[in-house]
Write a protein that binds this ligand. Structure first.
Ligand SMILES: *[C@@H]1O[C@H](CO)[C@@H](O)[C@H](O)[C@H]1NC(C)=O
Ligand SMILES: *[C@@H]1O[C@H](CO)[C@@H](O)[C@H](O)[C@H]1NC(C)=O
Ligand SMILES: *[C@@H]1O[C@H](CO)[C@@H](O)[C@H](O)[C@H]1NC(C)=O
Ligand SMILES: CC(=O)N[C@H]1CO[C@H](CO)[C@@H](O)[C@@H]1O
Length: 455
């Protein structure tokens, strides 16, 4: 490595390489910190800043010509430090505490920059490694080259260790020459380095990203270099969708029935609510009705349940819904959800007016009643085309069960209107050809009980 070209790149590493050692003075021992400065550090290079600057003083020593303490408490170089290479430097800082004083011993190491360790990969922008989850322990992280710290002193044994970011000790280092993996790996041969390998099976849903700090150090621990590696854990489809509820209960038609979600009126393709499943992998989910029914369909993408065919009478169904994730291979919900669908017709009558004009004999009996009982009777009345000839004519009278009831047609209808007193009138002249294939006029009548005020 050429010293000139490496010097620019090394600048950011310098603070790491400056060893300061505080040994206890007359009182307690200060915590030990180790730093190193390169021999070519420029004068004015800041080494360490102390708090309590007002009470501090750097004592005179043989090294006073190289270092000084500023008023703000920082110690910096004042001249070329290259004469100090490989000579341990002890600086003493005196701290005045009023009735007592403490001295701090500050140890500096000045190293020849060419002998300072640095990672070969230091020029790389960012080291991004990746690894699929669920792989066996000992799998090497891909995308990261051999990590190797070098200096001009290739004879130095170098110890590599992961000094930060190793959550749950998920990773260790593998010696490239022996293939042996350990927490700390010492290589004696200047051509070897380390790879990053897993110590266990990793789960992306647990930790999805690691930022590892890897240190290379000489046996003294003074000459050190560090580098950061980002490891992204890639997803595998290891989670199935799980329903948010075991049982979903939907009621249609009458709010007097217990249920989470009540839809008052039956209307084709209305959503009565939805089932929902979540997938820890974050996959999209598709839903499926496992129990066939004519009354409901499920929207695969959303889990919405839509009404399709109206049950003829009060109905309670238990349906099974499954979810699977949209992924290859796909995973199915381990436990399907149960959907309880309860249809309870509202208090209203259905009236069918049959046009049976094509039957000659019926024309004679102009009105023939056939009443089918439901909650409130569904009326089915046969008429001839001539019955509907006169617009505004009352063709039928709905019976009240109490005096207070009033009637209202639920949906607008081209053929008939309903008076509040229950008179069913011709709205537009009935035309046999225009009636649908069933030749019926179907409409719902909502009965309001004035006493209750409800429908
Ligand atoms: C200095 O003396 C005062 C009172 O005499 C005492 O409270 C304080 O702890 C002393 N400080 C130190 C650093 O010993
Ligand atoms: C590995 O190295 C680190 C940093 O030097 C040290 O803190 C740790 O104790 C070492 N671990 C083992 C198992 O030697
Ligand atoms: C119902 O009311 C209408 C007016 O809205 C009236 O013409 C009709 O005679 C009434 N029918 C009965 C049976 O009261
Ligand atoms: C079963 C079901 O869909 N229940 C829903 C009923 O409506 C409430 C609020 O609108 C939801 O929170 C429930 O999940």
């Amino acid at each position: 490595m050429k010293p000139t070209s490496s010097s620019a790149r090394m600048e950011p590493c310098i603070p790491l390489l400056l060893a300061l050692l505080f040994a206890g003075g007359t009182h307690a021992t200060a915590p030990k910190t180790v730093s190193v400065i390169p021999h070519d550090a420029h004068p004015g290079y800041s080494i360490k800043k102390f708090d309590n600057a007002a009470n501090l003083k750097l004592l005179e020593s043989d090294f006073s010509q190289f270092f000084t303490m500023l008023q703000d408490g920082s110690i910096m170089t004042v001249s070329d430090v290259s004469p100090l290479v490989n000579h341990p430097v002890d600086l003493v800082v005196l701290e005045n505490q009023g009735n007592a004083s403490t001295t701090h011993l500050l140890k500096l190491y000045v190293l020849d920059r060419r002998n300072m360790l640095m990672f070969k990969t230091d020029g790389m922008e960012e080291m991004l490694g990746r690894l699929s989850e669920n792989l066996p322990a000992g799998t090497r992280v891909t995308g990261i080259p051999l990590l190797q710290a070098v200096s001009d002193r290739s004879d130095l044994p170098i110890t590599y260790s992961i000094i930060a970011g190793n959550v749950n000790n998920a990773f260790e280092l593998q010696d490239s020459s022996t293939g042996i993996s350990m927490q700390n790996v010492t290589v004696k041969d200047g051509t070897s380095g380390v790879y990053i390998v897993t110590t266990e099976v990793l789960d992306r849903e647990d930790v999805s990203r690691y930022v590892l700090t890897i240190q290379a150090s000489d046996p003294s621990g003074i000459n050190r270099a560090v580098t950061n590696v980002v490891v992204t854990i890639e997803d595998e489809n290891d989670n199935s969708p799980v329903f948010t509820q075991k049982v979903y209960r939907f009621v249609v038609g009458d709010d007097s029935v217990e249920g989470d979600n009540v839809t008052m009126t039956w209307k084709r393709f209305t959503s009565i609510g939805k089932v929902e499943a979540t997938d820890a992998d974050g996959d999209k989910i598709a839903y499926k009705l496992a129990t066939p029914t004519n009354y409901l369909v499920i929207v695969p993408q959303t889990g919405d349940l839509l009404l399709t065919q109206e049950p003829a009478e009060e109905t309670e169904l238990e349906l099974i819904v499954e979810a699977h994730d949209i992924r290859t291979p796909s995973r199915i919900s381990p436990r399907p959800a149960q959907v309880i669908f309860h249809f309870k017709p509202q208090e209203c009558s259905k009236v069918d007016l049959d046009d049976l004009q094509h039957l000659e004999e019926v024309q004679l009996h102009r009105v023939k009643r056939r009443v089918t009982r439901a909650v409130r009777p569904t009326k089915r009345i046969e008429f001839t085309e001539t019955d509907g000839e006169t617009e505004g004519r009352v063709v039928f009278q709905l019976e009240k069960e109490t005096d207070r009831e009033t009637f209202k047609i639920r949906d607008e209808n081209p053929w008939v209107t309903v008076d509040p007193n229950g008179s069913v009138r011709v709205k537009k002249k009935w035309d046999y050809e225009e009636l649908g294939p069933e030749k019926t006029i179907d409409f719902w009548v909502t009965i309001t009980n004035a006493e209750k005020g409800g429908e």
